[in-house]
Design a protein around this ligand. Structure first.
Ligand SMILES: NC(=O)c1ccc[n+]([C@@H]2O[C@H](COP(=O)([O-])OP(=O)(O)OC[C@H]3O[C@@H](n4cnc5c(N)ncnc54)[C@H](O)[C@@H]3O)[C@@H](O)[C@H]2O)c1
Length: 410
């Protein structure tokens, strides 16, 4: 396969960005079909493609039309959270390779159907968790692979992204977050932080997530934001939001390590994924890009150590950063989340063309997405533990660890 002919389903913020910034810039990718419920989004995406590729893709509001295209080599699913899994199952059943955008699952049963469809048809599926390709996530993972942090005991991550305005403008921008925040209370977006952590801990490859507990704070951030911006959002005044402002989830793994996740999207703060690895010999913290080793003479004055060593991990990049990040160009950095989207799509397209294993496969997708459905139950039961299914059916005990890209071993 010289050129990968791809169909894009879901042409909102993400689908549009990936078409413009990534897919149309890849010389070995052709967009042959575009689909969205909204006709105006379909036509706008087709115009974008036609302008660059000089060929108009198939335009449709029905995802089945894309999946029925004879020439299709792969489908990229960037629809609202509610429809990802359904479309992925249909595509897999037709033997169409899937690039699946991130999001949480509403039903464990549906995840099993997705896993079984993949196993039955052996069709490749990659979850497009771009944060697994983030520079500091890979640097931290390389520290672990090189033994700098000793035995990993605990990892932490967050989706801290103040989205009150996006949520409140849900009707205007035809976005799914508004309806979800009004009606659900869960860890609704776990994979940006969990994906890289699951890779560090070799989840589904020698390790497994066994159980979780989730607890929600009260939900007052959206209501306060709407009161403060009453003129702009008068239709939402007085509406009760169900989604707690802060959701804390703790996951216990088969090897005894723990993971804490925090969803934090409706209270003011700056963006962070808070990626943190704690091991017997050291720690890595993304926010300060700080590497703390047991050999450091930091005594017991953490603030002094922080201030002195802020960004000290940059010194280690020469040895520990993978080549894709060392060689990244300023133009690449301008595209898609500081460069990681481009790296991610290159990995997907190369794996497809070379018929090699997807580095974030259906078992990872199912396990990571399951956190949303399970957290809903845990929160509803006052933080009661929920078992996390083993979607590999026991294969996690024999599957070999695999990083999303090769990391340097020094
Ligand atoms: N990886 C990232 O950094 C990143 C960033 C943003 C969004 N996302 C993910 O991308 C997805 C889309 O997010 P968004 O912000 O673009 O949302 P959006 O609401 O702007 O766009 C989603 C689009 O999907 C369409 N859609 C839904 N179901 C459909 C169906 N069955 N058939 C055809 N069209 C359908 C909607 O009409 C809408 O236009 C989400 O899963 C989100 O989690 C990922």
């Amino acid at each position: 396969m010289e050129t990968v002919k791809i169909g894009v389903i879901g042409l909102g913020q993400r689908g549009d960005q990936i078409i413009r910034d990534i897919l149309l810039k890849m010389k070995d990718v052709e967009i042959i079909g575009v689909c969205d419920y909204y006709e105006d989004r379909v036509q706008a995406a087709a115009d974008t493609v036609e302008k660059v590729a000089a060929k108009r893709p198939l335009c449709t509001t029905k995802h089945k039309d894309i999946l029925n295209m004879k020439a299709l080599d792969a489908v990229y699913i960037a629809t609202s959270w509610e429809t990802h899994v359904e479309i992925a199952i249909e595509a897999l059943n037709k033997g169409i390779p899937v690039a699946l955008e991130v999001g949480g699952a509403y039903s464990i049963q549906r995840l099993w159907e997705m896993v079984h469809a993949q196993e039955r048809t052996t069709t490749p599926l990659m979850m497009m968790e771009n944060c697994c390709f983030g520079k500091t996530e890979l640097l931290g993972t390389a520290f672990v692979r090189n033994g700098l942090l000793g035995e990993v005991v605990h990892c932490h991550g967050a989706y801290r992204h103040y989205l009150a305005d996006e949520v409140a403008r849900g009707k205007e921008i035809r976005h799914y977050r508004l309806r979800n925040y009004l009606t659900r209370n869960c860890e609704n977006y776990p994979t940006h932080e969990l994906g890289p952590i699951a890779k560090v801990l070799n989840i589904n490859r020698g390790n497994q997530m066994l159980s979780l507990v989730s607890v929600a704070s009260k939900a007052v951030g959206m209501e306060d934001y709407i009161t403060l911006n009453a003129e702009k959002h008068s239709d939402l005044l007085g509406k009760k939001f169900r989604q707690g402002d802060i959701i804390n989830t703790i996951i216990t793994c088969a090897d005894g390590s723990t993971i804490s996740l925090k969803l934090d999207t409706t209270l003011p703060h700056c963006y962070s994924r808070e990626f943190t690895i704690r091991g017997t010999r050291g720690a890595y913290e993304q926010d300060a890009n700080l590497l703390i080793l047991h050999t450091d003479e930091h005594g017991w004055d953490p603030m002094e150590f922080y201030q002195k060593n802020w960004n000290n991990a940059a010194k280690y990049e020469q040895d520990y950063l993978p080549d894709v990040w060392k060689n990244i160009t300023p133009e690449d950095i301008e595209l898609g989340h500081g460069g990681m989207d481009g790296i991610e799509f290159r990995v997907f397209i190369d794996a497809l063309k070379n018929n090699t294993e997807m580095p974030i496969d259906v078992y990872d997708a199912a396990a990571w997405m399951s956190i949303t459905a399970l957290s809903t139950d845990s929160i509803a039961q006052g933080g009661a533990p929920q078992a996390i299914p083993d979607f590999t059916g026991g294969l996690w005990t024999v599957r070999k660890p695999k990083d999303v890209i090769e990391l340097p071993i020094v």
